[in-house]
Design a protein around this ligand. Structure first.
Ligand code: SF4
Ligand code: SF4
Length: 128
C-alpha cells in the first residue's frame, strides 16, 4: 500500500482490524523521501470483509498493489551509479565495497517500484 502524505498519520490499519475483522502481518513499513508511506503487509480474513476493507482503503486514496509483480534489472543498462541504493526501502541494493558495483538482491524486493523512476538509464523493469 502507498499512502499519500496526508494519510501517513491516520490509524488506517487499526480500522482494518476493528471495522473489517482483518488480521495483518506487517512485512515492511517506510516513509519515502517525498513523505509517502509505504506499507507491505499480509492481510487475512473473510473474503467479504477483505473486499470491504480494500474498498475502504481505495476510497481513502491508498494505492494498493499486489506483490505478484516481478522486478528485474537489465544488466546491460545498469551503470552502477548507485541512485537506487538509498531509495530502496528494503535494502535490495548494496554497493560491493571493492568493485563499487551495485548488487541487486531480488529476494529482498517488495515490488514497490520506487527504483524504476530513480534509475537514470531505466535499468529497472517491472513484469506482470
Ligand atoms: S539506479 Fe539504475 S543504473 Fe544506477 S545502480 Fe541502480 S539499477 Fe543501476
Ligand atoms: S522495486 Fe526497487 S526500490 Fe522497490 S523494493 Fe524492489 S528493488 Fe527496492
Amino acid at each position: 500500500m502507498r499512502f499519500p502524505r496526508s494519510l501517513v498519520d491516520q490509524p488506517i490499519i487499526c480500522r482494518l482490524v476493528k471495522d473489517y475483522n482483518l488480521v495483518f502481518n506487517i512485512l515492511k513499513a517506510s516513509v519515502s523521501p517525498k513523505e509517502e508511506g509505504l506499507l507491505v503487509l499480509e492481510l487475512s480474513g473473510e473474503q467479504r470483509d477483505y473486499d470491504k476493507g480494500i474498498q475502504y482503503l481505495a476510497e481513502l486514496g491508498v494505492e494498493i498493489q499486489p506483490l505478484s509483480r516481478d522486478i528485474t534489472r537489465n544488466e546491460e543498462r545498469c551503470t552502477h551509479c548507485g541512485a537506487c541504493v538509498t531509495i530502496c526501502p528494503t535494502d535490495a541494493f548494496v554497493i560491493e565495497p571493492l568493485s563499487r558495483r551495485v548488487i541487486f538482491d531480488d529476494a529482498k524486493c517488495i515490488a514497490c517500484e520506487l527504483c524504476l523512476l530513480a534509475c537514470p538509464p531505466r535499468a529497472m523493469e517491472v513484469h506482470f
